[in-house]
Design a protein around this ligand. Structure first.
Ligand code: ASP
Length: 428
């Protein structure tokens, strides 16, 4: 079942550009017939994200269950798991190191101190309160406890780690039962898997509209003006993310997996655009699975494990951002960070990036944890609000791309020959 042939990339890229222009022009106040453009972008954008989120639970569960049930007795399972985790930790660590280098090289805090004032609108101040309260809840223990939920209903509420665990368990159990009930259950879950892919395809027909509204909403809320005093911070983050996405990961693809990175960028186009516009790797999950399996040609056996797991725990772009943001805030407060402090930030960024969810602004909570841990005032987070949403779009794109690279690396490591052999693909 191969679908999702090349569509016109210009339509989606045009929607992004148009979204930036319209959002910046209308801002969050302009409207028509008493309705602000902002709320129109907001409603349509939310509908698009909801439609994607709707597919996540059936798609992830059916994908893992069928993948594991087929793998069944394979003894390679442990090796595969080790490979996957090795890649996740390795790439997040590389990403943080890139962040550490760029933030020390550009010193964005000095520019802010010279040109900026920390103004906070009431909405941001209210959000800050919520984030400060949530900040204390991110810990490795809470992540570990999520792995085994006590109630099946929690699993279907989209609690990702629990869903993955339950699906792995059920898949394993199906591989152990008698042939007759086994084939019935396999047929059922394969049916669910294929139908959710069809639904994903239908939702993706609305990608240009969804992208336009979500991008316009972000730019209407942030406004280009707010970028000025944070310009150096903004570009430091963008520069770091670009080095990681366009240099580090392609080098791994080329020299470790032996594939052409350009082909992989093309294969992942729809997922990258969706991640950019939704700022949520969880909402992008159905599209990521579709791209990795149908366009990049990674087997369901690998994809069903790597992608859902990566979406919950592999956040390389967020890890990079957390490191840059924490050090930037320290710079603004005039705190000279020792090497040991910087090392603690690296470790904390690694751990908290594993703990955050694939939803918009999740990194904010992680940064609060880091600030508290190294003794900086958590209110410093308020400095980032003006640009966080736009940077969120960028780091989410990197998170999704990093997961997909892991899938390709693991698949190649397992000797899969079909990976990135399709030649009929356009970017989006
Ligand atoms: N929005 C990011 C994601 O969904 C998480 C973050 O805030 O960094 O991957």
């Amino acid at each position: 079942m191969v679908r999702n042939k090349g569509k016109s990339p210009w339509l989606v890229l045009g929607a992004i550009v148009l979204g930036i222009i319209c959002g910046s022009l209308t801002g969050d106040k302009a409207g028509i017939f008493g309705v602000t453009f902002f709320s129109i972008y907001d409603v349509i954008g939310k509908l698009f994200i909801n439609a994607l989120m709707l597919i996540v639970v059936p798609l992830v569960s059916s994908s893992i269950i069928t993948g594991i049930a087929r793998m069944g007795n394979e003894s390679t399972f442990g090796r595969l798991g080790l490979r996957i985790f090795g890649f996740y930790i390795g790439t997040s660590f590389l990403a943080i190191l890139v962040g550490l280098l760029v933030v020390n090289a550009f010193n964005p805090g000095a520019f802010f101190t010279a040109h900026g004032t920390a103004v906070m609108d009431p909405e941001s101040a209210a959000q800050l309160k919520v984030n400060l309260a949530e900040g204390s809840q991110v810990s490795i223990i809470s992540v570990i406890l999520q792995i085994i939920p006590s109630n099946i209903v929690d699993v279907f509420h989209g609690q990702m780690l629990g869903l993955i665990f339950f699906s792995l368990f059920l898949g394993y159990a199906i591989s152990k039962i008698d042939t007759h009930p086994q084939s019935i259950l396999m047929g059922f879950w394969q049916g669910v898997f294929q139908s959710t892919l069809v639904i994903t395809d239908v939702v993706m027909k609305f990608l240009p509209v969804g992208v336009f509204c979500l991008v316009a909403k972000s730019f209407a809320a942030s406004g280009l003006d707010s970028l000025r005093s944070l310009a150096v911070f903004f570009f430091t983050v963008i520069f770091g993310l670009s080095i990681f996405m366009f240099v580090v990961l392609p080098l791994l693809l080329k020299f470790v997996a032996g594939v052409n990175p350009m082909n992989h960028f093309k294969a992942m186009g729809p997922a990258l655009v969706t991640a950019f516009s939704t700022s949520s790797s969880s909402a992008t999950l159905p599209v990521t699975i579709e791209c990795v399996e149908q366009r990049a040609g990674v087997s369901n056996r690998i994809c069903s494990l790597v992608i859902p797991l990566g979406t919950s725990i592999n956040m390389s772009g967020s890890a990079l951002y957390e490191c840059v943001a924490a050090i930037f805030i320290a710079q603004v407060y005039g705190v000279d960070l020792s090497l040991t402090m910087q090392f603690s930030i690296v470790l904390l960024a690694l751990v908290t990036s594993i703990g955050i969810a694939g939803i918009p602004s999740a990194s904010i909570v992680a940064i609060i944890v880091i600030l508290k841990a190294i003794g900086l005032p958590p209110e410093g987070i308020g400095l980032l609000f003006a640009v966080d949403r736009i940077l969120d779009m960028c780091r989410t794109t990197v998170n999704v791309f990093s997961d997909s690279c892991c899938a390709v690396l693991v698949a190649k490591g397992e000797g899969e020959k079909e990976v990135l052999t399709r030649t009929d693909l356009e970017f989006a």
